[in-house]
Design a protein around this ligand. Sequence first.
Ligand code: SF4
Length: 395
Amino acid sequence: MTHRHRYTTGATTMSAGDPGAESRVLRISDTMTTVDLGMPGLAAPGDPGPLGAPLPGDRPHAPGLIDRFGRTATDLRVSLTDRCNLRCTYCMPAEGLPTLPRDAVMTRAEIVRLVGIATRDLGVRQVRFTGGEPLLRGDLVEIVRDVAALENRPEISLTTNAVGLDHRARDLRAAGLDRVNISLDTLDPDTYARMARRPFLARTLAGIDAAAREFDVVKINAVLVRGLNLDHAADLLSWCLERGFELRFIEQMPLDADHAWDRSAMVTAAEVRAQLGERFDLAPDEEPRDGAPAERFTVSGHGGGPRLGRVGIIASVTEPFCADCRRTRLTAEGAVRACLFAHTESDLLGPLRAGANDATLADLWRTAMWGKWAGHDMAAAGFVQPSRTMSAIGG
Ligand code: SF4
């Protein structure tokens, strides 16, 4: 007989007397669990190891996307395509990668249906469209418009390299897009061309200008690579601060197609702080992190100068933030990825195309997230890089 634990909507509340309570996470408040207090989740028997062991069968009867470590996913990342118009060295081989056949990729209607289920039945509040490069979807504006028209309208954002955004920003804004995250690793055209293997800096900057005209919030994501753009960090921050953009430095993650990622060569968050500290004073941001990937700092000039803005550092490798992860992902093929580094996925598109109803799809999604592991194990000797690459996940 499967246990059906008593849970309230959203906040997973377990009474201490419940069987297995000691092996599960207890919710302290609406926003805190024992995991947040740094207590390990001590998952139930059958706990999936890092390499995608079978999912536990005793998912509680709860509406939200909860997992066994007391987390609730409310932030959905949807990969709209695995195609991209750049060939970033830390992501793709120069020749690119084979891409999905057209009929394997979710259609506009399928995307909107799954996002609708997520926002109506599963407690998702934020939706971020990613790729590959989402601007390569000709129906992107329509997808955004349809999602913005959903009854439970989520906050809608886009992660893009901004190549071509200057032609789409206004329409995306009018369709309901709330904000954009733009990838920009350097302001130097030669370095950009070496890193992206495309001479598209001017087009990216034109896209950023258009985004600044249309959106209140423009975030810039930068990956620093030793020997390429590490010493560009402070200039990039100055440039962003002058324009009111929030820059976030992202530690390079082992999600590249070449499997060439080398932890010892990676630029760490500590190095970034030290690099920026040569020109700026960084102070911990007063705003709560609230499950966000980026650790944020307020930035001011040296010696107590005026506050210039904020900067964020996403230290997935050296300072992981899995204990408060609120993300769930959909691949372009309509599979749920519980974690960026997961080795297993749960197919929704197949059942959807086979006629499954919304309740069944929602339950499949819940089951996939209930089996989410505690977090990536990159620090472990036995770490195995996932076979799916960043270009087919989208961050
Ligand atoms: S590695 Fe996985 S569990 Fe950790 S923060 Fe990222 S998605 Fe969440």
